[in-house]
Design a protein around this ligand. Structure first.
Ligand code: ADP
Length: 472
């Protein structure tokens, strides 16, 4: 349990963000310190070098004006005035033999720097510098080498003890500050990462809640217009869609159960009545009714299967060039007797050729369902008008009737599976005709619209893309 939590913590985004934040922070701080440190060292060196050169030049002048004796005395005075622990001087010949110096007890046998001496003797420079270790001392000395006259060399050194201490305390302060800043970086970084990811945590919580309970819960949106808000909005939209789909499936299940129960109850009732002492004629009539009910059930189940398959997409191989005008003419001819029986006038007005690319039998079913409904929901004496027209890119099919019409609140529902309007209960049907019509239109890249007012008839409009080969 503990190890699991620790592992989760190490893998968490918040932990990694904090780590990166602290790392970048430390890197920047170390770089800034290093630059600052180098600058201080440079300034100290420059200041010390200038001081040493001033002293050495003055001694050179004294030698030129007053000779070797005065040089030694002046150098000694100079060292004593600064302090024998702070400064020393030695005079030596080019051969390396020392002949005069200040008190060297503190400086022990400080060496002469070969490179610095060579710069004077070989390269002919007037002076050169070296930073040299002092035996048994924890700090160094900055030393100047200067030619005095033809054959004398002056070595004059300045202890860097104070500077070393200054730099050491600077390093100590930096270390303490760094530890404090690192702690602060971790706390601030952790806080910022947690704050930034709080939205993600709330999405995760909601998702967990949903899988455990219902689909009602939504992620809170704080309207700060940031990425987390976008995530929450997208997540909520996805939940809306899922909820809508699940509700649809539930509704469909209820409808299927309801629509199956009625015919089965009817079949059972017939069988029960017939069992209670019936003659052959009654048995025959029961068998005929059973067959009729079963046919209706089979028709309903087949239509449901066709809707599902069409929704999943039609086989492109079944697509061919279909003239919708001709197809509509044929359908009208087929429905003419039915319309006449009911005392309804059925007209068609179709442009000569309106080609679409599609599955002819499916388009026939679409037309059939729309014309059948128009006749079914129009009282005797009414009229039904079918129209086909096309422009450069699309074909428009309209089926208009002067029938009962549809209430505006039912417009979106009529295309749902198993929806049946109140006035249609007396009519034959399963509430699947318009659902099938819509999935067929969509499977052909088109759409179906409804325009209707109760008591004033209905107008169904199907728009399909023109057959690509026929587009001019
Ligand atoms: P069905 O006709 O089998 O009930 P449909 O899916 O074809 O199922 O139609 C769904 C509902 O839409 C019908 O029950 C009816 O209330 C309404 N409807 C469809 N077409 C028309 C129409 N032309 N006029 C009035 N109402 C219609």
């Amino acid at each position: 349990m503990f190890f699991d939590r620790t592992r989760n913590l190490f893998h968490s985004l918040a932990f990694r963000l904090t780590l990166w934040y602290a790392l970048v922070f430390v890197l920047l701080a170390v770089t800034a310190f290093a630059l600052f440190y180098l600058l201080i060292v440079r300034v100290i060196d420059q200041r010390t070098d200038t001081d040493l050169l001033t002293h050495a030049n003055r001694l050179g002048q004294i030698y030129n004006l007053e000779g070797s004796e005065m040089l030694q005395r002046a150098a000694l005075l100079q060292v004593q005035s600064v302090g024998e622990h702070k400064m020393f001087f030695r005079l030596f010949y080019a051969t390396g033999i020392f002949y005069s110096s200040s008190n060297m007890a503190f400086w022990k046998n400080i060496a002469t720097d070969r490179r610095a001496v060579d710069e004077l003797l070989v390269q002919g420079r007037t002076h050169s510098y070296a930073t040299q270790a002092i035996p048994d001392r924890p700090f160094k000395a900055r030393v100047i080498y200067r030619r005095i006259g033809q054959s004398i060399m002056l070595q004059m050194g300045y202890s860097l003890e104070a500077e070393t201490r200054l730099l050491q305390s600077f390093q100590r302060i930096f270390m303490i500050t760094m530890v404090a800043l690192l702690g602060l970086a971790v706390v601030v970084g952790g806080f910022m990462a947690r704050r930034a990811l709080a939205g993600v945590a709330s999405v995760t919580r909601t998702a967990r809640q949903i899988s455990e309970s219902d689909l009602e819960t939504r992620v809170p949106v704080f309207h700060q217009h940031n990425e987390i808000d976008q995530l929450a909005v997208t997540f909520n939209q996805m939940l809306d869609r899922i909820q809508h789909l699940v509700a649809g499936i539930r509704q469909m299940n209820d409808n299927i159960a309801h629509d199956l129960r009625s015919p089965i109850t009817r079949i059972r009732g017939l069988a029960e009545v017939t069992l209670g002492g019936a003659d052959l004629g009654e048995y025959q009539s029961m068998a005929a009714s059973t067959i009729e009910e079963c046919d209706r059930l089979l028709h309903m189940i087949n239509t449901m299967l066709t809707i599902s398959r069409t929704e999943a997409g039609l086989d492109p191989k079944s697509f061919q060039r279909v003239d919708l005008s001709a197809l509509a003419q044929e359908a009208c001819t087929l429905f003419q007797p039915l319309a006449e029986d009911k005392g309804i006038t059925l007209h068609i007005q179709a442009q000569s050729v309106c080609p679409v690319s599609g599955d002819a039998s499916m388009l026939q079913r679409l037309l059939g369902n729309l014309i059948d409904n128009a006749i079914k929901y129009t009282p005797p004496g009414g009229r039904v008008r079918v129209g086909v027209a096309c422009d450069a890119n699309s074909v428009r099919l309209t089926v208009e009737d002067s029938g009962t019409g549809i209430a505006p609140e039912d417009h979106p529902k009529v295309f749902e599976r198993f929806f049946r309007g109140d006035q249609s209960r007396s009519q034959d049907g399963a509430g699947l005709g318009l659902s099938l019509a819509r999935v067929i239109a969509r499977a052909h890249g088109g759409e179906i619209d409804l325009n209707s007012q109760p008591g004033q008839g209905s107008l169904f409009t199907v728009r399909l893309p023109m057959d690509a080969n026929a587009v001019r």
